[in-house]
Design a binder for this molecule. Structure first.
Ligand code: FES
Length: 169
């Protein structure tokens, strides 16, 4: 994964590019950001809608998967999405870290969730990717492009990328 990428999305004060004293910066929702943070809004509005996303990637960052990944994968993926213009808008892909899924043998695990309440592809819902810590940047870019184009991941990626699931009909 490219090391030149910097984290500019995390709400954590430990992000790589926090707002400095006297600097005024707006986050992706157009709110002024708190000093020391990278996207935490100054004005808290509990009624404000969350940003739309078409696809949610739930990346396990718990002990076993986190160690397998070695790097802060979520931050790196967010930077790639930003470069690709998929960090906002109707094709937005949101990346969130999760705790252990109990599927550590497939680590690092990433669940793909299509926002079927909105414009997500139903066939890209409830997919589980395995060994994502081995994915190169090019592979992630391919996945992001496929998702943004509403392609069905199971038809486009090698089946080895997926964790099999027992299904009842
Ligand atoms: S630590 Fe990721 S599935 Fe258990």
């Amino acid at each position: 994964m490219a090391s030149k990428l910097t984290n500019s999305h995390s709400s954590s004060q430990y992000g790589a590019n926090p707002v400095k004293k006297d600097e005024i910066r707006l986050n992706e929702m157009g709110s002024e950001v708190v000093e020391g943070y990278t996207c935490k809004p100054k004005d808290y509005d509990p009624e404000r809608a969350i940003m739309h996303y078409k696809t949610l990637l739930l990346l396990c960052d718990d002990e076993r998967c986190g160690k397998a990944g070695k790097t802060d994968m979520a931050s790196e993926l967010r930077e790639i999405l930003k470069e690709m213009g998929l960090n906002k808008g109707e094709n937005r892909i949101k990346v969130s870290r999760t705790g252990c899924y109990g599927t550590c043998r497939f680590r690092q695990v990433c669940q793909v969730t299509g926002n079927t309440q909105a414009n997500g592809n139903t066939k890209n819902n409830a997919l589980w990717l395995k060994n994502t810590h081995l994915f190169k940047e090019e592979k992630w870019r391919e996945i992001f492009k496929l998702l943004s184009e509403d392609k069905t991941l199971r038809e486009e990626l090698d089946k080895e990328a997926f964790i099999p699931m027992k299904v009842y009909y």
